[in-house]
Each structure stands twice: as structure tokens, then as C-alpha cells.
Design a protein around this ligand. Structure first.
Ligand code: HMG
Ligand code: MG
Length: 285
């Protein structure tokens, strides 16, 4: 039996948060329901952030209320602070995520806080989540390059990842937010991070701006990472990271992992169906 590698689908959140067109809740629900049939264990569908900062995510509670929840699938939501946490609990998210940056410039631009301030903000969220038994994932952005500060030192990524892990995040997702990482810089970063957090608790979250995300996934597999975030149809970007293109496309990651001899548990036909829906949502054929 081939080894399992998991794709964590982030299209309905990371993918759609950057679309210029206002996407109706019904379309987000339809996309998520299609994805639920594909075999994912985790799908990120919501983001309880300020609607002034990311208006595209304003309907997150309605999305969580409207989807048909498939057994065994966890539906995830981003929560930058306690307000977001409370909204996520009220909307019955199955897991939440806090998001930090390894670079000060992006931290300030994205969440209006220094790295230190953001971690202080996450503390009560982690405590409250523990009280209600909600798993918390931790993101670290700009793991190789920052649009404001330039290259990110691997040690800084390792330090922020370790702090989130020590706070209780069950998995740390490492974001190449602007897709400028190379197999060399991703490997250097991972070699530093695995000194602090076991590879089995890491995920690669690679945007595909420069077309290198699949190569970066291969480099990460070599260092023991087995979870990769992706967005169906290559949807996405980050509104606070100039130049950030979409996440690596789920169907392309599935194909590459399969070619490399891993199994993902995903149904390629349903993925194609979801990718076509995602492309139509972006106004592409
Ligand atoms: P702030 O302006 O410093 O905070 O924003 P504030 O406390 O002064 O709040 C400002 C307003 O937002 C207030 O409303 C609050 O009530 C409201 P007002 O009084 O002006 O009417 N507010 C909220 N509303 C709804 N839900 C909330 C919430 N919190 C405050 N949870 C804040 C700080 C963190 C809120 C803001 O900066 C923010 O929402 N940032 C989110 C940015 C974002 O979502 N970025 C994209 C996601 S991260 C990403 O894509 C990267 C990732 O994919 C990994 C990678 O690729 O690297 C994860
Ligand atoms: Mg992202």
C-alpha cells in the first residue's frame, strides 16, 4: 500500500478571499458541498476576520450554516482574535486557525500587530479553544520571502512555529504567501523548523505565483512533510500580500502526489468537477 499524503483544501477560504467579484454565499456553499464529496478530511471554508479588512469573507457564518456536512470532514475557520473565535464557535466550525507571520512587515500589514502582539492575542483563543475541545491550527506566513521585508531567515520561521506549537496548535502550516520560495529556500527553512516542531506536525502551504509550488512540495516530502494545503482550480491569493497569486491547485497536487507514489484518498473526477466550478466562479472557462 502506498503512503498517504493529505491535501487540506483551502479554496473556499484562501481561494475566495481574494476574488474581486462578490461571490454569493450559495456559490460558496455549492463549491464546498462538491468538495465534501471528493474525500477531503479537512476543508477551510470560513474566516471570522474584520469585514472591513476582508469583505469577501463576510458571509462566513452563512456558509457554515448552509453547507451539508459530510461525516468525517472537519470544516475550518480562521480566527484572528477572541471575537473571531466566538463567531466561529457560534457558527459551529469544527476547527479553527490562528495566523501569524515570520516577518514583521507582513504581520503589520495583515493583522495590524507585531509578531509579539499577535501571539499575545492568540493566547486567550488557544485557551478558550482548549476549554471547548476545538482543535487549533497555526499558520506562519512569509516563510521564505516577505513582500515588505525581503528574504525571511529560517530561524525566525522556526521560532514562530515553535511558539505556536507550544501554545497548543496541533499542526503548523508554513505559508509561502507570495510564492517566491524555491526548493532550496523551502528546504533550508524546513531544516530549521524540524529542529523545533516534528515534521509530522507540519503542513506546506504554498502559493504558486512563480510556478514552483509543486517542486517545493517535492522538496518538502523529502524532509518528511505529508500535509499540503491547496485550493481547487488554483483559486486565491492574499489581499494584504502584494503579488500573491493563487494557492497551488488541488488537482495538480493530487496528480503530482499520485505520480510520486502517494495516495491522497481523493476522487479525481470530483476534483475536476470542483475545479470547473472554481474556474467558473473566477469568470474563466
Ligand atoms: P484592527 O483594525 O487592528 O482591530 O484589525 P480593531 O480591534 O481596532 O478592529 C477594527 C474593526 O474590526 C472594529 O470594528 C472591530 O469591531 C472589528 P469597528 O469598531 O471599526 O466597526 N473586528 C472584527 N469584526 C469581525 N470579526 C472579527 C473582528 N475583530 C475586530 N474577528 C484585525 C485587526 C485582526 C481584526 C484585522 O487586521 C483583520 O481582520 N485582519 C485579517 C486579515 C486577513 O484576513 N488576511 C487574510 C487571511 S491570512 C492569509 O491569507 C495567509 C494564509 O493563507 C497563509 C499564507 O498564505 O501565508 C493564512
Ligand atoms: Mg495563503
Amino acid at each position: 500500500m502506498s503512503e498517504f499524503a493529505e491535501i487540506f483544501e483551502v479554496g473556499p477560504r484562501d481561494g475566495l478571499q481574494n476574488e474581486k467579484r462578490e461571490i454569493p454565499v450559495a456559490e460558496k456553499v455549492a463549491l464546498t458541498d462538491c468538495l465534501s464529496r471528493a474525500g477531503f478530511k479537512r476543508i477551510e471554508v470560513a474566516s471570522f476576520v474584520s469585514p472591513k479588512w476582508v469583505p469577501q469573507m463576510a458571509g462566513s457564518a452563512e456558509v457554515l450554516a448552509g453547507i451539508t456536512r459530510a461525516p468525517g470532514v472537519r470544516y475550518a475557520a480562521l480566527t484572528p482574535n477572541m471575537r473571531g473565535f466566538e463567531d466561529a464557535v457560534a457558527a459551529k466550525a469544527d476547527e479553527i486557525a490562528v495566523f501569524a507571520s515570520a516577518s514583521e512587515g507582513f504581520s503589520k500589514a495583515n493583522i495590524n500587530a507585531t509578531i509579539e502582539e499577535s501571539i499575545t492575542r492568540f493566547l486567550p483563543v488557544l485557551e478558550a479553544a482548549k476549554d471547548v475541545g476545538l482543535p487549533v491550527r497555526g499558520y506562519v506566513s512569509c516563510v521564505t520571502d516577505c513582500p515588505f521585508d525581503g528574504p525571511t531567515p529560517p530561524q525566525k520561521v522556526a521560532e514562530v512555529a515553535r511558539r505556536l506549537f507550544d501554545l497548543g496548535c496541533y499542526e503548523i502550516s508554513l505559508g509561502d504567501t507570495i510564492g517566491q520560495g524555491t526548493p532550496e529556500t523551502i528546504s533550508a527553512m524546513l531544516r530549521a523548523v524540524v529542529q523545533q516542531v516534528p515534521a509530522g506536525r507540519l503542513a506546506g502551504h504554498y502559493h504558486d505565483t512563480a510556478g514552483r509550488a509543486l517542486d517545493n512540495i517535492e522538496a518538502s516530502l523529502d524532509l518528511g512533510v505529508r500535509v499540503f494545503d491547496a485550493a481547487v482550480g488554483g483559486l486565491g491569493g492574499c489581499p494584504y500580500a502584494p503579488g500573491a497569486a493563487g494557492n497551488v491547485a488541488t488537482e495538480a497536487v493530487h496528480k503530482r502526489l499520485t505520480e510520486l507514489g502517494y495516495h491522497t484518498g481523493l476522487d479525481a473526477d470530483v476534483l475536476d468537477e470542483a475545479a470547473a466550478m472554481a474556474r467558473a466562479m473566477r469568470g474563466l472557462q
